[in-house]
Write a protein that binds this ligand. Structure first.
Ligand code: HEC
Length: 247
């Protein structure tokens, strides 16, 4: 977050007139790595987004909230494409995640250097250029190994497992996957349709889906129906705080 170190952040909070002891009061502790992490997590838990067209159709029983294509996409999501086996959605469960970790092959591909030959790079907010991956590798610092859940458990079975993310507001949050290696929802659906990327620990739930072009388009329509109606409000709220050092 563009701060030079954790010590700098702690000092900033301690000297901020805005906080004035509020941090200590909330956590009964001085600000530190752990409590700052908890504070950020608490903030993130307030960022709830709902009442999407899908919600109005599925939970609100408004038959017109979702068009036929997106409804067919939802059928596929739960049926032939089997997405809901990990991105769980039920009448009493609205999160699109099983809160578990899975190997889809994305991390494996990264580790083996099998990412796309062209990478999209953001050079300024909203401004992208396509750059040859080889060029990036030639000038970039070597990335630390990215082994997923294994880094926590040291269990070889957990190599390249990542937590299933929610799919709410998914059409607004490209690029996709933990490393941003897929640029569009079309690419994501094609990735799953191919059966992910083969490796020895590939999750057994990931396999070729044999979806037609039309079925893939329907599935994407469904994913586009997951945008909540309060996103602008959440964004405005986040930007209401001054960005960076104001003094
Ligand atoms: C075996 C469990 C599993 C299945 C089945 C599955 N996913 Fe995923 N999905 C994941 C995991 C794990 C990730 C995160 C992977 C990563 O970050 O590298 C993910 C990531 C995604 C993302 C990117 C989310 C983001 O914020 O970057 C989308 C979109 C997505 N899945 C859609 C689908 C669709 C559509 C299907 C069905 C065709 C599907 N998934 C099937 C586990 C699964």
């Amino acid at each position: 977050m563009a701060n030079p170190s954790i010590g700098y952040v702690i000092e900033k909070i301690n000297n901020s007139a805005d906080y004035n002891g509020l941090f200590q009061k909330a956590f009964n502790k001085e600000p530190g790595m752990e409590t700052i992490g908890m504070a950020i997590a608490s903030y993130e838990r307030t960022l709830n987004s709902a009442n999407s067209p899908f919600d109005r159709w599925y939970y609100g029983k408004d038959k017109k909230a979702l068009d036929d294509k997106a409804q067919r996409g939802f059928e596929l999501f739960n049926g032939k494409a089997n997405c809901s086996s990990c991105h769980i959605i039920k009448p009493d469960y609205a999160l699109f995640t099983d809160n578990d970790n899975h190997n889809t092959g994305i991390g494996y591909a990264e580790a083996m250097g099998k990412t796309d030959k062209i990478q999209r790079v953001q050079v300024a907010p909203g401004v992208y250029v396509d750059v040859a991956a080889a060029l990036i590798t030639s000038v970039a610092a070597t990335k630390p190994n990215d082994l997923g859940r294994y880094e926590i458990t040291q269990n070889p079975q957990d190599r390249w497992k990542y937590k299933t993310p929610s799919l709410r507001n998914i059409s607004l949050t490209a690029p996709y996957m933990h490393n941003g290696s897929l640029q569009t929802l079309q690419q994501v659906v094609e990735f799953y349709n191919r059966g992910g990327i083969a490796n020895e620990n590939l999750d057994p739930l990931i396999k070729p889906l044999n979806l037609s072009k039309q079925e893939m388009a329907d599935l994407i329509d469904f994913l586009n129906s997951l945008t909540g109606d309060n996103v602008q409000e959440l964004v405005a709220d986040a930007f209401a705080a001054p960005v960076g050092d104001t003094k």
